[in-house]
Design a protein around this ligand. Structure first.
Ligand code: NAD
Ligand code: ZN
Length: 252
């Protein structure tokens, strides 16, 4: 395991303001905000079968249970605040003009911390759309009501069901979003922060960035399947390491 001081020196060698930097974040960046990750010991998947809840089939079978689960998560997220990890990354917008931030999170905390132009790989828990895609409803719309007034919520245009605009198991990613992510893999330094690197295609991004010549960095207190392959694995919580890194590299 690398000493945190050595990690800072190596990052200082790799980064300057001309560097193109791409960041991929996962549930771990929001853990310190009190939002459970999916695969940790007390992760959400310990309690639920994801294919039951977060899938089109699960929704079709039992929209009420699915929405009850999302309503609970929406309430939890509504009360959460960005942590020092989100705020530290928001400082990178100015520090690195060639920055891309890809997130697998649906919680909106990067925006709240001030990050701009985020590539939201898995959508947003605050966006909804008509399940039947009815002609009169807009493609999707923002609904920040938490708790919801009615479960399941109803499309104002056709009276049918509304779904959360998040990417469920078995669903394709938005091609435009995927395309933007893939273009950003051609970068100088690639950071993977707080993701178990098990969900595709995000998991493959690290290898692809590396093949295209990027210096790859993982920030995660635990070992993941990516830890052995990245150029630098920092085994620390993001909310502790990132503010220290900003201070050490003069990013503020
Ligand atoms: P994951 O739950 O599979 O993995 C989380 C990772 O974060 C783990 O490797 C864990 O070791 C690490 N981690 C825990 N605390 C950390 C900290 N303080 N700092 C840095 N790392 C920390 O999550 P994933 O890889 O993002 O993939 C799961 C899917 O779950 C994603 O598709 C995402 O959409 C969804 N999800 C989103 C949220 C959210 O929006 N906040 C929460 C849970 C799950
Ligand atoms: Zn409708």
């Amino acid at each position: 395991m690398i000493d945190p001081g050595d990690a800072l020196n190596r990052l200082d060698e790799q980064l300057d303001q001309d560097s193109s930097v791409t960041i991929l974040t996962g549930a771990g960046i929001s853990a310190a905000s009190g939002i459970p990750t999916f695969r940790g010991d007390d992760g959400l998947w310990e309690e639920f079968d994801p294919s039951e809840l977060a899938s089109p089939q699960g929704f079709q079978r039992d929209p009420e249970t699915v929405w009850e689960w999302y309503d609970e998560r929406r309430q939890m997220i509504a009360e959460a605040e960005p942590n020092q990890g989100h705020y530290a990354l928001a400082e990178w917008d100015d520090a690195f003009p060639k920055l891309s931030l890809i997130t697998q999170n649906v919680d909106g905390l990067h925006e709240e911390a001030g990050s701009e132009s985020i590539i939201k790989l898995h959508g947003s828990i605050w966006e909804v759309s008509c399940w039947d895609n009815c002609d009169s409803s807009p493609g999707s719309w923002t609904d920040r009501t938490a708790p919801l007034e009615e479960i399941p919520p109803i499309c104002p245009d056709c009276g049918g069901l509304v779904r959360p605009e998040v990417v469920w198991f078995g669903e394709q990613l938005d091609p435009a979003v995927l395309d933007a992510s893939e273009r950003s893999l051609n970068c100088d330094v690639f950071f993977t922060i707080g993701t178990s690197a098990e969900v595709h295609p995000a998991a493959g991004f690290i290898t692809r960035a590396s093949r295209q010549g990027a210096f790859t960095v993982e920030i995660n207190p635990d070992t993941t399947s990516a830890s052995g392959t990245v150029d630098l694995a920092v085994q620390e919580p993001a909310e502790e390491f990132l503010p220290r890194m900003n201070e050490s590299l003069g990013i503020n």
